[in-house]
Design a protein around this ligand. Structure first.
Ligand SMILES: [Zn+2]
Length: 245
């Protein structure tokens, strides 16, 4: 349908709400009034009135590259509270660091990320994209043996963790049975290695609690130094990945 505009155009506004409802409108007109009331994420969504505080969480990231920790705060907004469409979504992200070397890229990254959060839609790709960033100077290992390719990837992992916590991503947990099996295999390998190096002193027994046998190699799936040879097959003791399928 064409509309003739006979006045000067002085501004425009893209109706986010209209866009969101339209596809459903064509199919079933009956439940349109209901659907139109659902609040979805869009750029103009403002902090709830009278609620100057949003719920959120702060995560601490320690890296071996820096004496100062990074503090990542993600605040959430709850849409349609108390209804069946209630949804918790990330609204803004802040990162604090005493290290001024990081200042400008952190400001840029957090501003862009907050803008993406507010745009709505699927924001889970952010954590994937960040975790794929490699530092040309090399990454580092976290306690527990997980390899992180850059500080940006470390931030991505925090975002992923947060999205799982608020239910935007499926919890990434192994089943009880899988856990039990991996625990058994781990004990098996540890016993074998202990027997092989009986004369070795036990000084290094106080390494990080979640670490894996010293002979373990890097798993390509979860980036943890937890791959061991079990029954002729490379198996990851952290995520359960096996080269033999
Ligand atoms: Zn793994």
């Amino acid at each position: 349908m064409a509309i003739k505009i006979d006045k000067k155009i002085v501004g425009y506004n893209v109706g986010a709400k209209d866009n969101a409802v339209k596809p459903a409108e064509q199919g079933d007109v009956a439940d349109v009034p209901q659907k139109a009331e659902i609040i979805r994420m869009h750029e103009k969504l403002e902090r709830p009135e009278g609620m100057e505080c949003l719920e959120g969480a702060t995560y601490k990231i320690r890296t071996p590259l820096d004496d100062h920790a990074l503090y990542v705060t993600i605040n959430d907004i709850i849409l349609n509270p108390g209804t069946e469409h209630e949804q918790r979504r990330p609204f803004e992200i802040f990162i604090n660091s005493k290290n001024m070397d990081h200042f400008q890229w952190i400001v840029a990254l957090t501003r862009v990320m907050s803008a993406v959060f507010r745009k709505g839609g699927d924001v889970t790709f952010l954590s994937e994209e960040l975790q794929a960033v490699f530092d040309p100077k090399g990454g580092y290992f976290k306690p527990g043996g997980r390899f992180v390719p850059s500080i940006v990837a470390d931030i991505g992992a925090v975002v992923e963790h947060h999205l799982r916590r608020i239910g935007l991503l499926e919890p990434d947990e192994l089943s009880e049975q899988q856990m039990l099996m991996l625990e058994q295999k781990r004990a098996e390998v540890e016993a074998r290695e202990k027997a092989a190096s009986e004369k070795k002193t036990t000084d290094d027994a106080d390494s990080v609690e979640a670490s894996f046998p010293p002979s373990a190699t890097l798993c390509g799936k979860c980036n943890t130094k937890a791959m061991v040879l079990l029954d002729g097959c490379q198996t990851c003791l952290s995520c359960g990945y096996s080269k033999c399928g």
